[in-house]
Design a protein around this ligand. Sequence first.
Ligand code: ZN
Length: 191
Amino acid sequence: MDNADFIFNDFIRVIRVNQRLKKLIETKMSVHKITEYPAKVLGEVGEPVTEFDEELKTLIVDMFETMYAEEGVGLAAPQIGLSLRLFVMDCAGIKLVAANPEIISTEGEQDGEEGCLSVGRVHAKLVRAKRATLRAQDVKGEWYEHTAEDLAARCFQHETDHCDGTLFINRLTPLKRDMVKKKFQKMKKWR
Ligand code: ZN
């Protein structure tokens, strides 16, 4: 693929994300359906957020409502089918919006259970950094940094991963990953 093709494909992808966003907002539903593994969008690197407008605000309100309705502590845009680098969270007393998130530093280790709305909340133990500093833009596009520990730090890492097309199961050993996938498939049959 030459460079012109690459730019063209990128351009088409941005248009697709924008069309999907418009459609979502036009449905006038504030609680959206959760996209589940193995949907393709969950494995894609999201497009950067560039417009901090009313449409984005509506999307963020919807994402919080969807997260609360599903009793989650964090939700990233790919989880409602939008390939965008954006997440919301309300976890361990930290409520925030993160557009174009990055983990800029980490420290230590924590071992604990992790789950994901897109994998039917099937949990598995996963080692993450104990402390993490998130750098992101808020709803107005202002850059900020936030350092957290334990559960909130785990949430920063999990949600930033979503924006990069990585699920927590991708970080498990193949054996553990298969166990989670099997449990999830079984659960899907019974609902
Ligand atoms: Zn998740």
